[in-house]
Ligand binder design. Structure first.
Ligand code: HEC
Length: 94
């Protein structure tokens, strides 16, 4: 499990370096249109408001938000800046 998380975290790092805040990795779990309940645990992100998405992603980063799989999401956002998170939320809810 921890190797998988590291692998995913590396993927996000490489993506951020090459593309800015890319959501390609996210969609593997959350669906091409953010329509999936990722791993049966997450809320359907397309039904969340932009503010809720920002709160969730910032919260995963700082540890103040999340359910049983929050560690996994922390790995996804740990290397994103607050500006990246806001850009990402804006691109999800366009
Ligand atoms: C390996 C699968 C996976 C990847 C990749 C992933 N997520 Fe998630 N995401 C989850 C899971 C599982 C949860 C629920 C975690 C929990 O227990 O809080 C979640 C939760 C979320 C939530 C909050 C939903 C809720 O239930 O409150 C948002 C928003 C979100 N992810 C956005 C993203 C974004 C943006 C990315 C890319 C940077 C991303 N996710 C990458 C699996 C993934």
């Amino acid at each position: 499990m921890s190797n998988i998380v590291k692998f995913i975290a590396m993927g996000v790092l490489m993506h951020s370096a090459a593309w800015g805040a890319s959501t390609a990795v996210c969609k593997g779990c959350h669906g091409q249109n953010w329509e999936k309940a990722a791993m049966g645990k997450a809320k359907v992100v397309k039904n969340m408001s932009k503010a809720e998405i920002i709160t969730a992603l910032k919260g995963y980063k700082t540890g103040s938000y999340g359910g049983p799989m929050k560690g996994l999401m922390k790995a996804q956002v740990i290397n994103l800046s607050v500006a990246d998170i806001e850009k990402m939320a804006a691109s999800i809810k366009k």
